[in-house]
Unconditional design. Structure first.
Lengths: 370, 370
């Protein structure tokens, strides 16, 4: 599989949903496989909150491959011998695309809280610009999970003729208050961290362990990504050191997991990017700008494939079902699968074996309908 | 209804599950109604994490009555014309009973992190001492929700002949990792708050708004007390100020609710007490000390009445069901009801009308079996 990582620089303004303008901006992206002659084999992959453009392959020196490596590659469900896969880092994120810590033109000082609010619609628009700049004006499929699934759906509504098929996993049609409440923990924990300094932080102040507020917020995030059943299976009531049971700060295994994962995350992720992306997730609502969800969905031309996970405690299967019913009512091409899984929201990242064949078939269906 | 608030002082040691000793200690308690001649009408009420001995009645000047006021009173389900109701503040808490900010003998300095770890078993033992000191060696019923339910169940196991009936609502038989993970947010948020100072805080430092870490941890708590459905009903996607949608820190109604409730709470609750009580909840396990849950439940003589709530996202109905099955298997007297509710865990505090008749009947059953 051929992997390339590139950065595209855009000098024309990106008109944002807020009315503000992002100008200039960069988008970092990765491609896997080769674009065919008639440019008909493009699969656009959209990443989730903490993800990046590095969806597949192993960078030299890294322990872990890209976040959907089990799904994307030669002979895998998203077969890079057939498809040209593109994954870009969302604007607002912190892995190379323009975000709140990027230099603002012309001062070259980081935007910080001057960065404009970004929405899922804006992320989608920026990716559309990227593809245009690559001469790609139509794609085979757009796929993503969680916030990536929101983007895939938003593509289907905003640019009805752009993709032949949309595959959204573990997402929703509009973020519900339950998910917003989980994000609230992160927002408050980051804002109230004294080292956050209202966005004017010095990263050297928390170089070693990351910002505490981000780590704390991320614990809440991890709860919503797992499920009671997956925690039961993974940790049960196991204790890190049994003889520490009566020590106030003695820990259960589930606590150790939370500490470990969240401090690792806080080291690599930028607190302002986290706030901006969480804002994009909170404000996600397919209906906005179209009057109603019904009107938004009426626009759809692509086949919409929805995959939810039974144990998902962040975006519940009922939410995807609601969307599926709307698609049915509007006589749109769609499919809906609820995968039986105990892994919770994280299933879209870890239980690939449960849905890879579905994805393979969904892609094949487009190939065969040509 | 006659209400009395009293403080009992104990100079004999309380031997804790940890092997440590609490000595001396105070227990603040409230009583409602009158003790009958043969002392056969005592209903012991146990409070939850954030509760206190003030379970019913309205203090002069207060806006809100006691936390179970809808349930306890003259003519109410726990009828104070018939029953003598006692509710004490748990040791470890911060409403008058001995806790981490109480003066340690003989220095009179607050214990702070020198306070011993308290378990549910210890809370129960202390209450048992309180009742003994009042000349009460047997009670009619012990009832509680959430952590109060844990205490009620622990009473049933540790002192099989003490109560004729036990009523546990929205509780579990052993705290599952899902609940421990929610508590982890609070533990980390409090510990990492610079003003916490490893327990050596000066309350004046956060007099006005409470400790941020406690407020942040409490947001996670509130998520687990509500449910997706109750949030949907209460807040939906309503925004505090619609024209602030594209402001980074613009808020959804659910966010405002979280801010309001948690900062109110942080003002009145002590951060160390929170850590100690959360520890008691995390370590709750009916089986501990008895080899297995089977062996623990084998001891039970009282009738065990279990009430769970369908939408409870903290202690799921399946957990109470597990206990009910064990009781059935062991041929114990028990009842199990799953209440259809969208209110989540909070239902035990707010949807009294859904279960008050059940409680009335459960109490009556004991009266009639005399």
């Amino acid at each position: 599989m051929r992997i390339e990582t590139k950065k595209a620089h855009f000098t024309s303004p990106l008109y944002l949903e807020s009315g503000r303008i992002l100008e200039p901006y960069d988008i970092v992206y990765e491609t896997y496989g080769e674009l065919n002659k008639d440019k008909s084999n493009v699969v656009l992959v959209c990443h989730a909150l903490s993800g990046s453009h590095h969806a597949a392959g192993l960078y030299p020196g890294d322990r872990k491959p890209g976040w959907w490596d089990k799904l994307i590659g030669d002979g895998k469900a998203i077969d890079t011998r057939k498809y040209f896969v593109i994954c870009s880092n969302s604007i607002g994120s912190c892995f190379g695309s323009t975000g709140p810590m990027s230099p603002q033109y012309p001062s070259q000082e980081p935007y910080r809280l001057n960065f404009p609010v970004i929405t899922i619609k804006d992320m989608v628009k920026a990716q559309k610009q990227l593809l245009s700049s690559l001469g790609i004006h139509e794609v085979h499929t757009i796929i993503g999970g969680s916030m990536g699934g929101m983007q895939a759906l938003q593509f289907g509504v905003d640019y009805p003729h752009f993709a032949k098929s949309i595959i959204a996993l573990a997402a929703t049609y509009a973020t519900r208050p339950w998910a917003i409440a989980f994000n609230k923990v992160a927002i408050e924990a980051i804002r109230r961290d004294p080292r956050f300094k209202n966005g004017n932080y010095n990263k050297d102040d928390f170089k070693e362990h990351g910002l505490d507020g981000l780590a704390i917020g991320r614990i809440a995030g991890h709860i919503s990504y797992l499920s009671p059943a997956s925690m039961e299976k993974k940790f049960g009531r196991a204790y890190v050191a049994t003889d520490g049971l009566f020590e106030l700060f003695g820990r259960y295994e589930v606590e150790r997991y939370m500490e470990y994962n969240t401090s690792n995350f806080a080291r690599i992720f930028d607190p302002l990017s986290y706030l901006y992306i969480v804002k994009a997730i909170n404000t996600f609502n397919l209906a906005r700008g179209y009057g109603s969800l019904y009107d938004a969905i009426s626009r759809v031309e692509a086949k919409i494939n929805l995959i939810s996970f039974k144990g998902d405690m962040l975006f519940f299967p009922q939410e995807m079902e609601h969307l599926a019913k709307m698609l049915q009512r509007l006589n749109k091409k769609y499919s809906y699968y609820e995968i039986d899984s105990d892994y919770g929201h994280d299933a879209f990242l870890v239980e690939i074996e449960k849905f890879e064949d579905l994805i393979r078939d969904m892609l094949k269906e487009v190939d065969e309908s040509k």
